[in-house]
Design a protein around this ligand. Structure first.
Ligand code: ZN
Length: 654
């Protein structure tokens, strides 16, 4: 697998035509020195941004050069100055957002069904009126890309195409092609599938164009998310950059969820955050140091490269404070990356995603809840799609809303017959007609009619919970019937469902103390929860949901890869390095706090003391040490105690 440059910057440069003196204070030498001193190994610089302007002396499109570009050869000199310091410099080209094109080429605009354009009105600020690559805009994009390829020649390290998302379009070109293909333009689902085909075709064609000019530069298409939707066009990419600014709309959960799936696509991956307190375009803000550490170190804990987004000010001079901040993080990153890159994650479980391959940015709540919960339990897991191989996993987890096809049910039966373990919740594992696979030994009688209902804490599954207590699950579950499975846990119904003038007190109706009925079933290697435990955890994180899941895992697996006595906010990621003959534990202790109404904040590292980890990995180990500090740790029956974890600790096991 080709490895990416490890410590990158994405240098946004969307610059208005109403600002004078673009690049007026740019100095190639000090620019590159600032970058070098911050331990940066690659910086993505701009050919054309969302305002639509070019930052080089274009021969093909002289009218598109930024009208106030004072430093005429800005792009080329940025690239050359960086190269002189041994720093890569991939080039950015915008695709679907280009304000100048949107205002001068209405025929290129993506059209909604009613003929209106996407994004806000032109009387309001913003460049979000998306363009359709299925129009003659493609010819322009192709020519502009070729111009960049020719101008830079062998000096071109890579191309970053931005805003390449699946957006249903009813423009004249799309309607004409849909008609030709016999696609009903009145069917929203069919139009979405057509839009995906158009974007996948665009990526394939664009990579082919690039390859005519450059055999080995990196190529990436950004849609703000990498998921099952990306898979079909993966051949057009050289790698994946996971745009995920936790202080932006993504939050802290998007990155690990995406990362666990993206790493299954067979290419090197890079996380992408920002130096901004909030997100893109927040020029005059600095992210808290601890937050930036966590975000970059977390990428490294997945074995990924890192990218930090910044935005260059119009005058072309980098802000020294920003690069002091980045340098503080990237210097530490550089000392640690040998224990993460390249590496292979050591995993025991796979969560099968219920995310649709037909659209980006539609991440199910159940999947979010599953990732949150399993990370808190230090379970080592991938997120896979139903087409992927189940071999090698000890445990497969099917979230609440994962309905599957017959072929996946067959694969699951084979997996279980071969000794594999399965945990499913609610509709997880059902086919389109609501049937579970035979290995579940269970049937669904449809959705539970009277709810919320209450799990009765009893038996092995209830260990650590209050005996006989009735624990509410707020969300509606499936009414389970055993078809051979044993009942692991039962539930009771409320007096009645809260509706109309039937209600009691502020919220739901309490337990009627009636006859218990099956709520969790176990059939050999399979445990089935009737309730959507993961979505419930996403909604308000009841501790009992996590405890039930943890106990269910222990009922199925003899051992876990990692157990620890640290807090639930501590994460552990296990990476194996075959060539180095070692396995490394990456342990993070940073706690995002909802300090504001809008975003989570990390202000400091959370120091942990005397944390003991019990490790059970395929590689036999007798030695453990903290790296890069080179502090030996005692190994006792596979257990290691770390005296202090100050934010980030890596334990090397040999
Ligand atoms: Zn179109």
């Amino acid at each position: 697998m080709k490895q990416l440059s490890p410590r990158q910057i994405h240098l946004d440069f969307h610059t208005s035509e109403n600002i004078p003196g673009i690049g007026s204070t740019f100095d190639p030498v000090s620019f590159a020195r600032t970058v070098k001193e911050a331990s940066i190994s690659s910086m993505t610089v701009f050919a054309r941004g969302h305002h639509g302007w070019l930052y080089y002396p274009s021969k093909k499109f002289p009218e598109l050069v930024h009208p106030h570009l004072e430093y005429k050869n800005l792009l080329l000199d940025q690239v050359r100055a960086l190269h002189k310091e041994g720093i890569n410099a991939p080039v950015y080209i915008t695709v679907q957002w280009d304000y100048h094109s949107a205002t001068t080429h209405p025929e290129w605009l993506i059209r909604k069904k009613d003929g209106s354009h996407e994004g806000g009105p032109f009387t309001e600020p913003g460049f979000y009126q998306s363009l359709c690559v299925n129009t003659s805009y493609w010819d322009f994009l192709k020519e502009q890309t070729i111009e960049v390829c020719e101008m830079l020649g062998d000096e071109l390290d890579g191309l970053f195409f931005d805003i390449v998302g699946v957006r249903p379009c009813w423009c004249a070109s799309c309607r004409a092609e849909m008609k030709k293909l016999g696609i009903d333009a009145g069917n929203d689902e069919a139009v979405r599938d057509f839009a995906k085909m158009v974007m996948d075709r665009f990526k394939k064609n664009m990579t082919e164009v690039v390859r005519q000019y450059n055999k080995d530069c990196t190529v990436f298409y950004n849609a703000g998310h990498v998921g099952p939707c990306t898979k079909e066009s993966a051949d057009a990419y050289t790698h994946f950059e996971l745009e995920s600014l936790p202080s932006g709309s993504w939050g802290y959960l998007h990155f690990p969820l995406t990362a666990r799936y993206a790493r299954k696509l067979g290419k090197d991956c890079m996380g992408m955050t920002g130096k901004f307190h909030t997100e893109w375009g927040d020029f005059h803000s600095l992210k808290n140091l601890a937050a930036l550490e966590f975000e970059c170190f977390r990428m490294l804990s997945f074995g990924f490269a890192s990218s930090i987004g910044d935005q260059l000010e119009p005058n072309g001079t980098l802000n020294p404070a920003t690069y002091r901040l980045i340098g503080k993080v990237y210097s530490q990153f550089a000392q640690r990356e040998a224990w993460a890159r390249p590496s292979v994650p050591v995993v025991e479980a796979a969560v099968v995603t219920s995310e649709t391959p037909r659209a980006e940015h539609q991440i199910p709540e159940s999947l979010m809840g599953a990732v949150q919960m399993l990370e808190e339990l230090a379970i080592q897991f991938d997120v896979i799609d139903p087409e992927m191989d189940l071999t090698g996993y000890k445990l497969v987890i099917l979230p609440d809303d994962l309905t599957v096809c017959g072929c996946f049910q067959k694969k699951l039966e084979e997996f279980v017959a071969a000794g594999g373990k399965v945990i499913a919740c609610a509709k997880g594992g059902q086919n389109e007609t609501g049937e579970y696979p035979a290995c579940f030994g269970a049937k669904s009688a449809g959705a539970q009619k009277v709810y919320p209902d209450f799990l009765i804490a009893d038996g092995k599954l209830a260990e650590g919970l209050e005996p006989e207590n009735e624990y509410v699950i707020y969300l509606q579950g499936e009414a389970l019937e055993s078809a051979g499975a044993e009942v692991l846990m039962s539930a009771r119904a409320p007096y009645f469902k809260r509706e109309g003038d039937f209600f009691c007190s502020h919220r739901y109706t309490p337990s009627a103390k009636g006859e218990p009925y099956p709520a969790v079933l176990k059939n050999g290697n399979v445990i089935l929860f009737g309730h959507p435990i993961f979505e419930q955890y996403r909604k308000n994180a009841p501790f009992w949901c996590k405890k039930l899941m943890s106990n269910a895992i222990d009922l199925l697996l003899d051992e876990r890869i990692v157990r620890h006595d640290g807090p639930s906010t501590m994460t552990v990621s296990v990476l194996d390095q075959l060539e180095e003959n070692r396995t490394n534990l990456h342990i993070l202790s940073y706690v995002p706090v909802r300090k504001s109404a809008t975003i989570d904040i990390i202000e400091e590292r959370t120091v942990l003391r005397n944390v003991t980890l019990k490790v059970n990995i395929p590689r036999k180990f007798t030695q453990a040490r903290l790296v890069p500090e080179d502090t030996p740790l005692e190994v006792k029956d596979g257990s290691i105690t770390i005296p202090e974890i100050n934010g980030y600790a890596i334990v090397e096991l040999k």
